[in-house]
Design a protein around this ligand. Structure first.
Ligand SMILES: *[C@@H]1O[C@H](CO)[C@@H](O)[C@H](O)[C@H]1NC(C)=O
Ligand SMILES: *[C@@H]1O[C@H](CO)[C@@H](O)[C@H](O)[C@H]1NC(C)=O
Length: 340
């Protein structure tokens, strides 16, 4: 998202309140999901993961202190050892063969190896009185956004603001659909995941990884709408932007003859409604709260940073070791494309 444009549209001068925006390189791509399928190697479908190198098959909050276990992070802010992940995107050729779509770094951070751009936002961005304050997540906190089983817009829409941006160029930010774009996107496809912003204040996690979180009532986080009484604690809004470099797949002659679009999630979902993302909090000490309280814009006043070359060096070993590159006969884990 381009905040200068948003702010201009709302008639605001450069907002002075808290907004962190930072790049994170790819930590690993493999079939693991320590939130939904802990202990299961491989997990059901393929993920792309960024953040700290404490990422593993199991990340039990009862025994794992993420910031003390991790020795590096693929993110620009070196106190952020959190992990963030989404499923991956594949292209399906007319003959049914599948190829994984690479990720692309955003403008201004071109040397980054794939990965995502992460935002932590305070709604005070839109509050000229600067009255609003968000509470940072606590150690052990984690959450899941979206549903890998969604197949319709009705199922998807209870997770607000899941979207696909068909990029005409690197700067495109206003061409969104809740499903995969129906025609080729010359600048790639940006997939946006906005996490919910109201916490119950008690549970660091819940069995479905969702019930401890809710959305504001009577408006949006951005408009300063209040949290429901069941989930009264306002937390920063996390946004993940992932740009998929679809450019090598944009020849219309390679697209399905029936006029449908050729991309699908690693879950097998061809609609786009199964978009989902996972978050495991891992900021060191109270660095995130301090950054949000500093009312800095983009840079995270007081946070330590590292170079993109250092970010790219932080990876974890491939623990599954299955073929992911080149033309594949089937999706990893045998996930079936649906609906066909
Ligand atoms: C993952 O967990 C295994 C088993 O506990 C351990 O041997 C390995 O070092 C861990 N990997 C990382 C990157 O922490
Ligand atoms: C399927 O199509 C792709 C793209 O045209 C091609 O590169 C690949 O070799 C084909 N695979 C098979 C098994 O024919």
């Amino acid at each position: 998202m381009q905040w200068s444009l948003v702010a201009a549209a709302l008639g605001l001068v450069a907002p002075a309140s808290a907004l962190l925006r930072f790049g994170c390189a790819q930590l690993t791509v493999q079939r693991l999901d320590p939130l939904v399928n802990p202990g299961q190697a491989p997990s059901t479908h393929l993920h792309q993961i960024i953040g700290g190198n404490a990422f593993n098959v199991t990340m039990d909050p009862a025994t794992l202190d993420i910031p003390s276990k991790a020795t590096c992070t693929s993110c620009q802010f070196t106190e952020d050892f959190s992990n963030y992940w989404t499923a991956t995107i594949f292209f399906r050729a007319r003959n049914g063969s599948l190829k994984r779509v690479p990720q692309m770094a955003q403008a201004g951070m071109e040397q980054t190896n794939g990965g995502m751009v992460v935002y932590y936002m305070s709604d005070a961005l839109f509050d000229t009185q600067q009255k609003s304050k968000v509470t940072a997540f606590k150690p052990g906190f984690r959450m899941l956004l979206g549903d890998a089983a969604s197949q319709t817009f009705d199922q998807m829409k209870k997770y607000r603001q899941l979207s696909y941006t068909c990029m005409q160029n690197q700067g495109t930010r206003n061409n969104d659909t809740p499903y995969f774009p129906k025609s080729p996107c010359p600048g790639g496809i940006m997939i946006n995941h906005y996490f919910p912003t109201c916490w119950d204040g008690k549970n660091l996690d819940t069995p479905n990884h969702k019930d401890h979180m809710a959305y504001p009532v009577g408006g949006t986080f951005e408009s300063g709408a209040p949290c429901p009484s069941t989930h009264p604690v306002k937390v920063p809004q996390i946004l993940l932007e992932t740009v998929w470099d679809t450019r090598q797949f944009n020849k219309q002659a390679d697209w399905p003859a029936d006029g449908s679009q050729p991309f699908l999630w690693s879950t097998g979902d061809t609609t786009g409604y199964a978009s989902h993302a996972d978050y495991v909090f891992g900021w060191k000490d109270n660095s995130l709260q301090k950054a949000m309280d500093s009312h800095s814009y983009v840079t995270g006043h007081g946070l330590k940073t590292q170079s993109i070359a250092q970010q790219n060096k932080c990876t974890v070993p491939d623990m599954i070791r299955e073929p992911l590159d080149g033309w594949l006969d089937a999706l990893p884990g045998g996930m079936k494309p649906s609906p066909l």
